[in-house]
Design a protein around this ligand. Structure first.
Ligand SMILES: [Zn+2]
Length: 284
C-alpha cells in the first residue's frame, strides 16, 4: 500500500462556529512523508501545525492544535476523520481563520467534496500503526477509552449515555469501512442542548452557531425542523470525532477502539499513553 495525496488543489469555504467569520480551506497536494499539515494563511508568519496528538493544546469543545507562539487551528476533528477514511496520507491545508468551517456540523460536505478529487499514489509505502497491547485511559468519573489489538483495520465500539430522553443510551460497534462511513457516520452532526447554546452565546462564543450546523435538543424535542438524520446520529457523530482524533496519531490504525462516554480529551490522553511505550505498537 502506497501513500496518497490529492491530485489537485481544492477549496472549501464555510463559517467558523465560534467566530462566525468565513473560513477558507485550501488543500494542496504534498510530498510523501508530509502527513497532514495546517497553515494559518491569515497570519503574516504563516505558521504551520502538524496534525499530531503532541501538538494538541485544547480539547474542551473540539480538538485544537497550537504552537509556541500561542497561534491555534481549532476544530480539526471532522476534517481529520474524512482524510482518514479517504486514505489521504499527505496534504498541506491553508486555513484563513483560527478555526475550520463548521459547515453543517457533520463530515458530509467535506467527505463529498474531497471524494470527488482523484488521489495520486506516491512513491513511498504507507505505514500502519498496529496496536500490540491493550492501552486505556480512564478519567476521574470512570469513563474509559482504550485501544486493543485487532486483525484488520480500525474497529470502533462507542457507548454514550446522556440524560436527554432523545439521546439516552446509544451504542455503535463495527469495523470502519468507507461504505459504512459514507452512509452511517459522515452525515451525523454534532449535537448539543439549547441551554448550552444560550449560555455560550451569552459569553460571546458560537457566533456562527445555528440550527444549520448542529443537532439541537431541548428536553424531549429536536429543534431542527428536519429532525435527526438517523436514530443513532449522536453516537455515530462521536465515532466520526474519534476517527478524526485517532488520525492525530499520524497513522492509519490496526486496532480496536472502545470508548465509554468519552471525548476529545480522552482520545488525546489515550494517544499520549500509546506512544509513551513503544512496545504498545509496531509500525508495519
Ligand atoms: Zn464533532
Amino acid at each position: 500500500m502506497q501513500q496518497h495525496t490529492l491530485s489537485q488543489t481544492v477549496e472549501i469555504n464555510g463559517v467558523g462556529l465560534h467566530s462566525g467569520l468565513v473560513s477558507k480551506l485550501v488543500f494542496y497536494p504534498s510530498e510523501p512523508g508530509t502527513g497532514i499539515v495546517f497553515i494559518r494563511s491569515d497570519l503574516p508568519s504563516k505558521p504551520e501545525f502538524k496534525a499530531l496528538y503532541s501538538q494538541v493544546v485544547d480539547t474542551r469543545n473540539c480538538t485544537c492544535l497550537g504552537d509556541a507562539d500561542k497561534n491555534i487551528v481549532s476544530t480539526i476533528e471532522h476534517l481529520m476523520s474524512v482524510l482518514y477514511i479517504l486514505g489521504i496520507d499527505n496534504a498541506r491545508i491553508e486555513v484563513s481563520n483560527p478555526e475550520l468551517p463548521i459547515l453543517d456540523g457533520s463530515g458530509e460536505h467535506l467527505y463529498k467534496t474531497l471524494k470527488k478529487v482523484p488521489l495520486v499514489a506516491q512513491n513511498a509505502p504507507r505505514k500502519f500503526l498496529k496496536v500490540l497491547k491493550n492501552v486505556s485511559y480512564t478519567d476521574n468519573n470512570g469513563n474509559t477509552v482504550s485501544l486493543s489489538p485487532a486483525d484488520e483495520g480500525l474497529k470502533v465500539n462507542f457507548t454514550i449515555e446522556f440524560p436527554s430522553p432523545i439521546v439516552g443510551h446509544q451504542e455503535f460497534h463495527g469495523l470502519i469501512t468507507e461504505d459504512i462511513y459514507a452512509s452511517e457516520i459522515a452525515p451525523c452532526r454534532t449535537f448539543c442542548e439549547k441551554s448550552q447554546i444560550d449560555y455560550l452565546q451569552s459569553i460571546g462564543l458560537i457566533k456562527g452557531g445555528s440550527l444549520e450546523n448542529a443537532l439541537v435538543l431541548d428536553g424531549d424535542k429536536v429543534l431542527n425542523p428536519d429532525g435527526m438524520k438517523n436514530p443513532h446520529e449522536c453516537v455515530n457523530h462521536k465515532v466520526l470525532d474519534a476517527i478524526g482524533d485517532m488520525y492525530t496519531s499520524g497513522f492509519f490504525i490496526i486496532g480496536e477502539l472502545t470508548a465509554m462516554k468519552t471525548g476529545h480529551f480522552h482520545n488525546n490522553e489515550l494517544l499520549k499513553k500509546l506512544f509513551s511505550d513503544n512496545s504498545n505498537y509496531k509500525l508495519v
